[in-house]
Design a protein around this ligand. Structure first.
Ligand code: GLO
Ligand code: MG
Length: 344
């Protein structure tokens, strides 16, 4: 029995289109996804603002809240909570050259409007967290935007969100690319620095995505550990990534099993989840997956996580201590490999 609660976003069940090819599966209705998520054992749904309220740009503030309340009813029907809301600025024609860090004042104002509406939607859905995935906030042309100015604009935008709602928490999901070139807030270290520069660091933390850490050339378990040490790991996006390629969002553990084990281990050893945090997945089905298998990557990720949790439970800390004392790291490493290979 897992000690964790799991969450997932509706975009994780998708028709399979990517930058290099069109859709391969049919779209699935939102309520059907929520129903299946509940059946698979998830406890919460993650949202983009427009996952919850499509066409929100054309609605008034009150209409947006009313639409969000309808979504809350669907969640309630299946016993699901909402984990967070993330403004999906990178898909909007207003913010093609950045949201909070756009060089256009009008676009920055639009980005703030979406951020405030995301907070309103979060409140209606019964959650207190907004995730910022700062896509398209970097620059394709290095000289078009000052990284100093852009970083300051990000802090200013977060301060405005913190002031708008006195208890909302802002969670930055770092990624070293924007997503196809350099970014402003690439790692957990950047997130911590931005957090410290805001008016209320206690309400600004991070969402560590395994694939994003790999893309930064870092170990996701260490990124998780760093944020945990700072008391600022608000959520995680577990998945996997085969090296420095395009963003793959593969099922958790399928590429880097030992690293996946260490991610579960560091979460479990440090009481992650004790304050209500969810183990979030951000995984995509392979493009060749058939319609009827459109949830298998979620099932696989959950099963791999739970199997690794069981390995962590069996981890022999006495043996580990002995190996450390005798500096026999070869033995410790082999022990871990045998544990993962099912030989222990
Ligand atoms: C892409 C991101 C993306 C976010 C999601 C929520 O690289 O991982 O999927 O997690 O939009 O912010
Ligand atoms: Mg993610």
């Amino acid at each position: 029995m897992s000690k964790f609660k799991f969450s997932v976003g509706p975009w994780n069940v998708a028709p399979g289109a990517d930058s290099y090819g069109p859709a391969t599966r049919n779209d699935v209705d939102f309520e059907e996804k929520v129903k299946r998520f509940a059946e698979l054992g998830f406890s919460a749904v993650q949202f983009h603002d427009d996952d919850a309220v499509p066409n929100m740009n054309n609605l008034t503030e009150e209409e947006i809240k009313a639409e969000a309340r309808k979504v809350k009813q669907i969640l309630d029907k299946y016993g699901m909570a909402a984990e967070f809301v993330a403004p999906r600025l990178w898909m909007d024609p207003h913010t093609i050259d950045g949201g909070f860090m756009s060089t256009s004042a009008e676009d920055r104002e639009f980005a703030m409007w979406r951020a405030y509406r995301s907070i309103d939607i979060a409140r209606e859905l019964g959650c207190d967290m907004v995730v910022l995935w700062l896509a398209r906030e970097g620059t394709l042309c290095a000289e078009s935007k000052s990284p100093v100015w852009a970083t300051k604009m990000l802090v200013e935008a977060i301060n405005k969100m913190l002031a708008y709602d006195p208890t909302i928490r802002i969670c930055i999901e770092p990624k070293p690319n924007e997503p196809i070139d350099r970014s402003i807030c690439g790692t957990m270290g950047h997130v911590m620095a931005v957090s410290a520069a805001t008016i209320d660091p206690s309400r600004v933390g991070g969402n560590l995505e395994s694939a994003h850490a790999v893309l930064a050339g870092l170990d996701p378990a260490h990124e998780i550990g760093f944020a945990l040490a700072m008391g600022k790991l608000m959520t995680v996006h577990l998945n996997d990534q085969n090296g420095i390629r395009y963003d793959q969002d593969k099922s958790f553990g399928v590429e880097n099993l030992r690293s996946a084990f260490n991610q579960v281990k560091v979460l479990k050893e440090n009481g992650y989840g004790d304050n209500g945090e969810y183990v979030g997945l951000d995984v995509k089905a392979m493009r060749t997956t058939k319609d009827e298998d459109g949830y298998k990557h979620l099932e696989n990720s959950l099963n791999i996580f739970k199997a690794l949790e069981e390995k962590v439970d069996r981890f022999d800390y006495d043996f580990q201590k002995k190996c450390v004392e005798t500096r026999d790291f070869e033995a410790l490493e082999m022990y871990v490999m045998e544990l993962l290979m099912g030989l222990k």
